[in-house]
Design a protein around this ligand. Structure first.
Ligand SMILES: Nc1ncnc2c1ncn2[C@@H]1O[C@H](COP(=O)(O)OP(=O)(O)OP(=O)(O)O)[C@@H](O)[C@H]1O
Length: 213
């Protein structure tokens, strides 16, 4: 699925990523500053490696040898961040369909109603993000990513701003997304137990070096 063989340098920090990511859920674990978010940005196409290659299902996303670089918006990957990062001035409904509206009808994999049912957020459509609980906000962020019909879902510490009770509430939704959409997930976290709860395999990153556990 995702083949990484690249390096990235920035202000004295170097990230070295050599991995073949094939599992339905892959966790990226490591301490603060290890390079987890940087790695996710490289996969998403928000940053460009300095050297090497990145490929998805055999399609080159980056190749330093010939200057190939597929920008983030053409990768069709869904991103979910720590605090949801919903558009504060838009309703939940407008947030949800934001990416979907930019797709051609034949590219749309999910109906809005399917995603509302999956994440149990149908009653929130008219609210603004400021009127949602932390857990609701994350479910809307997951829904927005799904409606973009991604080939891959990238999560950057999606539960770390939630307390234990809310984390325990969201994890079953993530399992549902895993089972019902079968979209592969890459999941950055400080908390290996979240990867275990999702039945994922883990890769460790430490001081910029990614390795299998
Ligand atoms: N925009 C930036 N400009 C320069 N250096 C950065 C930038 N963002 C991160 N770094 C540096 O890159 C390195 C890796 O940071 P990164 O955010 O990828 O780590 P992380 O593992 O995600 O950390 P955390 O768990 O704290 O989010 C760190 O040394 C960090 O200081």
């Amino acid at each position: 699925m995702l083949t990484l063989d690249c390096r990235f340098r920035r202000h004295g920090f170097e990230l070295i990523a050599q991995a073949e990511i094939t599992a339905p859920v892959t966790g990226i674990c490591g301490p603060s500053g290890a390079g987890k978010s940087t790695l996710l940005s490289l996969i998403a196409g928000l940053l460009q490696p300095s050297t090497g290659t990145i490929a998805f299902d055999g399609e080159p996303l980056f190749d330093a040898a010939n200057g190939a670089f597929v920008p983030a918006w053409r990768r069709h990957f869904g991103l979910v961040f720590q605090d949801g990062q919903l558009f504060p001035h838009l309703s939940v409904h407008a947030n949800l369909v934001y990416g979907q509206r930019r797709l051609r009808p034949e590219e749309r994999r999910f109906e809005l109603q399917t995603v509302l049912d999956l994440l149990e957020i149908g009653q929130l459509l008219d609210r603004r993000p400021s009127q949602l609980s932390g857990g609701e906000r994350q479910r809307v962020a997951i829904g927005r990513a799904l409606l973009y019909s991604p080939r891959l879902l990238l999560f950057d510490e999606p539960l770390s701003s939630l307390d234990r009770r809310l984390k325990a509430q969201i994890l079953p939704f993530l399992r549902r997304v895993r089972d019902e959409t079968r979209i592969p997930m890459i999941y950055v976290t400080h908390a290996p137990e979240e990867i275990d709860a999702l039945g994922g395999v883990s890769l460790d990153i430490d001081d910029g070096v990614l390795r299998a556990r």
